[in-house]
Write a protein that binds this ligand. Structure first.
Ligand SMILES: NC(=O)c1ccc[n+]([C@@H]2O[C@H](COP(=O)([O-])OP(=O)(O)OC[C@H]3O[C@@H](n4cnc5c(N)ncnc54)[C@H](OP(=O)(O)O)[C@@H]3O)[C@@H](O)[C@H]2O)c1
Length: 270
């Protein structure tokens, strides 16, 4: 299997290095292209750096890892050289199969990895158009499984799926940043130690809940004894935090729609 990557930014780089490190590929089996070709110097020992067209011509699976604004240009460029057995993979949740089909009417999958892929703990969202065969799905999943779990969703759920696994590391980091900043107003414990204490407790709580199949209610009840200190804190969270999270999902899902509309307009322009 030959794998190609167009766009060597945050996602393209992560994918290329994960594929290379897996030991599944010889250098000759991996192709990479980027608009700014100088960036590819660091890939010279692990992949063949070529043009977008050569990636599309040679690879059995082509990952297009460019931003939505650049997607139409790249698809239009490679459309004539892709063959009908190639599996085209895009990485953006806002670009629909219907939009892609206007330019490239081939087997297409959408893949949304998470930053946690860096430590092989991604929960990568995947969905397919109707042309993708079970064999294609198996091949793609075997690649994505190199850096974590793979979750197949219908296209209409890719937006929320992306919020829950791909945006979530950012949301979690922001929430715990606020928690640490508030805590630091009331303590002389050094900054780094506060962060360590909170992050390790966060990870251990998640692991405990998954390992023991504990619900949120159960976990809260185990710590927040009636009339105790934790209960005082959890009451505040349940009083004020829902409004914040409702607004967050309202705004992010709305932003997703705006991005989809803008991208759709760019797909319609000649
Ligand atoms: N970042 C994430 O956590 C994440 C997670 C899931 C999905 N995604 C999606 O993945 C896609 C890529 O995101 P990213 O964060 O990797 O973006 P990025 O870091 O901005 O990388 C985009 C890359 O595409 C290259 N490029 C642009 N136009 C090109 C062209 N015509 N031919 C070849 N290469 C071209 C850019 O080259 P230059 O070097 O010239 O700029 C850049 O290296 C986006 O659709 C994003 O929504 C991102």
């Amino acid at each position: 299997m030959k794998v190609g990557i167009i766009g060597y930014g945050s996602m393209g780089k992560m994918l290329l290095w994960k594929f290379s490190e897996s030991g599944m590929f010889e250098r000759e089996d991996l192709y990479v292209a980027n608009r700014t070709s100088e960036k590819l110097v660091e890939t010279k020992d692990i992949a063949c750096s070529v043009s977008n067209l050569e990636v599309a011509k040679n690879a059995d699976i082509v990952f297009v890892c460019v931003r939505p604004a650049d997607m139409k240009e790249v698809l239009s460029e490679i459309e004539t050289v892709l063959n009908r057995d190639t599996l085209l993979v895009t990485l953006n949740g806002s670009i629909t199969f219907e939009m892609i089909k206007r330019i490239v009417d081939l087997k297409t999958a959408k893949v949304i990895p998470s930053l946690t892929a860096e430590i092989n703990q991604s929960q990568t969202i995947v969905c397919y158009n109707e042309k993708v065969t079970n064999e294609d799905k198996e091949k793609l999943v075997s690649l994505l499984a190199l850096f974590g779990e793979v979750i197949e969703l219908p296209e209409k759920e890719v937006g929320m799926g992306s919020e829950l696994v791909s945006c979530m590391p950012g949301f979690i980091a922001a929430i715990f940043d606020v928690i640490c900043s508030s805590a630091e107003k009331h303590t002389d414990i050094p900054h780094g130690q506060v962060i360590n204490m909170v992050l390790k407790t966060m990870c251990a709580t998640g692991e405990l809940m998954l390992a023991r199949d504990m619900s949120f209610d159960e976990t809260v009840a185990r710590v927040a004894t009636k009339g105790g200190i934790t209960e005082e804190g959890t009451k505040i969270i349940y009083k004020h935090f829902p409004e914040c999270m409702d607004e967050l999902f309202y705004k992010t899902l709305d932003k997703r729609k705006v991005t989809a509309l803008k991208t759709e307009e760019s797909f319609e322009k000649e």
